[in-house]
Design a protein around this ligand. Sequence first.
Ligand SMILES: [Zn+2]
Length: 330
Amino acid sequence: MVGMAGHIRPIPCDQCGAESFAPLFVKESSQGQTFQLVRCRQCQLVQVNPQPDLEAVAPYYAGEYFEKRSERGYDNYFSSALKQQINRVYGLNLRDLGFDAWEAGLSDTGPWQKDLQGLDRDGVAIPAPATDGSTRNLFEGRPPRCLDVGCAAGYFVEYMQSRGWQSEGIELSAHAARFGIEQLQLTIYIDDFLRSAVLQQGHYDMLSFWASIEHMHSPRRVLERCYELLRPGGRLLLSTCRWGLLARHKAARWRFMNVPEHLYFFSLSGIIRLAADCGLRRISHITYGSGFTSCKDAGWLYRAGKQIADPLVKWLDQGDMMALQFERSH
Ligand SMILES: [Zn+2]
């Protein structure tokens, strides 16, 4: 049982303001607290409600959060094998979302395409080496600017830096952020995205949220802030677990049903509608993941199941993870 700091109380729906909810099920947390999952009767958003406030969820993010994750398998977030795996997913997501093509258009003279040798087997961009051995600026003029929100140790910040971007991150957990700041020499603000005074309006060409928005207390205010911080025409990349066929089927046993770390469970149409309300237009999306998670010691039957299920759910657009690309359109 965790300490009594903070409050757990009923809140109106963050997405639509309604106060009427249909109960779904109760789920126990890793620390033995139970939480009620409900669906908003007006907009259908699935959420933890009554909801623990920032103080009440704090014990779940204490020290070892990034070193030990039981169900999701962050065996050690800081290991290089995991980092490689994460970079590979970034590269594939950016390619599949069509981000590469947009990025190539950011420079008038297009040095990006001619200087990019391609992606290595881990999906990491490989710039062509400069002939004089110097570090080459991949973009003419000012490099584009991006901010990764909920960046943890900053792997995506580092990844975008390797693609030639002026890359920053923001992270509430000082423990995770310090690794990126000290070991990787990255620019990471240890701050709250909604309150931070260092972030400038209209400044960023791209903002990203990799499996972080479902942790935040007000996704609507977060997306409104994204609109303010992006320049017109700037892009938002967002991935989150997806409330769809697989999630409804597994319910409390669903692999992403980690409460109270995850507070919101968006459907594909739900997150698109919320973003549109905040002035962010959907450009593209992908869904992936079947619930067969990667496991080194898996038996042949399990591996065969994964090999069939993963491409199938992707093809059917029924994956239980989704990644989306939005644009600030005006
Ligand atoms: Zn609602």
